[in-house]
Design a protein around this ligand. Structure first.
Ligand SMILES: Nc1ncnc2c1ncn2[C@@H]1O[C@H](COP(=O)(O)OP(=O)(O)OP(=O)(O)O)[C@@H](O)[C@H]1O
Ligand SMILES: [Mg+2]
Length: 263
C-alpha cells in the first residue's frame, strides 16, 4: 500500500466546488485487493483523468463512482450526496444524473443512432415523443452526427460510434460524465477530435468529465488533473496536473509512463 505522505507524486489537491469527493476508498474482489487508501476530489467543469496499467482497477473505480458496486471501505460523495449512505428514490435520482460511456461503448445494434439517444429520455423523462426526438437531435448535433441520425451502429465508423456513445451518455444533460477509454481503437486524428469535443463540452456547458485513458497525448491535451493507480502498489501512486507529473514525477512507474520509458 502506498502511504500518501510517503509519495511525493500525490499532492492531495483540494478543489473548489467539488462534485466528486472520494475518501479512503478501498476495493477488493474476494482476496484480490485492487486498491486501498484512494482519496481525491474533482471540481466542477474539470476534466479528470484516471490512469494506470491494465487490470489496476480503473473501470472498477468508475463503477464504484456510479454506484454499481459498494466499495470495501471508504466514502464517496457525488454532487454533494453520500453515495454509500443513501438508498431508494434519492439514490435513483442521483444516479440518473450521471452519464456513462462504457469501455465497450455499446449502442443497440437494431436501433438507429437517433433511437439509441432517445432511449434514456424514454426511460427517465416524461417528455412526449416529439420532444424526445428534438432533444436527441440536439445531442447528435453536439457531437457532429446530425447527418447520421438515421443510420444503424453497423453503418458508422468506430469514431462515430464513440461520439454517438457520448451523445447518448449526455441525453439527460448530466452534470457529470464518465468515459471509459473513449479513444481506444481510434486513429490519432479522430481521437484528437474527440478530445476537442470533451474540452468544448467542459468549457461551454460546465460538464465535469471523469475519463479513463491510456493515451498520453490525450491526457496531456485534456486532463486538468489526473490520478494514477498501480496494481503492485494496490493504490494511487500519483495525483496532480499531468504536465507537471511529466516534468517532475519521481516515482519510477509514473516517470516511465509520462516519458514513455520502460520502468
Ligand atoms: N465483477 C468482478 N468480479 C471479480 N473480479 C473483477 C470484477 N471486475 C473486475 N475484476 C478484476 O479486477 C481487476 C481490475 O479490473 P478493471 O476492469 O477495473 O481493470 P482496468 O484497470 O479497467 O483494466 P483495463 O485497462 O484492462 O481496462 C482485474 O483483475 C479484474 O479481473
Ligand atoms: Mg478498464
Amino acid at each position: 500500500m502506498v502511504r500518501r505522505e510517503d509519495c511525493p507524486d500525490i499532492r492531495g489537491t483540494a478543489v473548489e466546488r467539488p462534485v466528486v469527493e472520494v475518501c479512503d476508498l478501498a476495493m477488493a474482489f474476494g482476496t484480490n485487493t485492487l486498491f486501498r487508501d484512494v482519496s481525491f476530489e474533482v471540481g466542477q467543469g474539470e476534466v479528470f483523468v484516471i490512469l494506470g496499467g491494465s487490470g489496476c482497477g480503473k473501470s472498477t473505480l468508475l463503477k464504484l463512482l456510479i454506484g454499481l458496486y459498494p466499495p470495501t471501505q471508504g466514502e464517496i460523495r457525488i454532487l454533494g450526496e453520500d453515495l454509500t449512505a443513501i438508498g431508494g428514490r434519492q439514490r435513483r435520482d442521483l444516479l440518473s444524473r450521471l452519464g456513462v460511456m462504457w469501455q465497450s461503448g455499446a449502442l443497440f445494434g437494431s436501433m438507429t443512432l437517433l433511437e439509441n439517444i432517445m432511449l434514456p429520455l424514454e426511460e427517465h423523462t416524461s417528455l412526449p415523443p416529439a420532444a424526445r426526438e428534438e432533444v436527441a437531435r440536439v445531442k447528435l448535433g453536439l457531437v457532429g452526427l446530425s447527418e447520421a441520425a438515421d443510420r444503424l451502429p453497423a453503418e458508422i465508423s468506430g469514431g462515430m460510434a464513440k461520439r454517438a456513445g457520448i451523445a447518448r451518455a449526455m441525453a439527460l444533460d448530466p452534470p457529470l460524465l464518465f468515459l471509459d477509454e473513449p479513444s481506444a481503437g481510434l486513429d490519432p486524428i479522430t481521437s484528437a477530435g474527440l478530445d476537442q469535443l470533451i474540452q468544448d463540452l467542459a468549457r461551454d456547458l460546465g460538464t465535469t468529465f471523469i475519463v479513463v485513458t491510456h493515451e498520453l497525448q490525450s491526457i496531456l491535451a485534456i486532463g486538468d488533473r489526473c490520478i494514477m493507480l498501480d496494481k503492485q502498489a494496490q493504490g494511487m501512486i500519483a495525483e496532480g496536473d499531468p504536465r507537471e507529473l511529466r516534468d517532475h514525477a519521481t516515482h519510477p512507474t509514473v516517470r516511465a509512463f509520462f516519458r514513455r520509458e520502460a520502468a
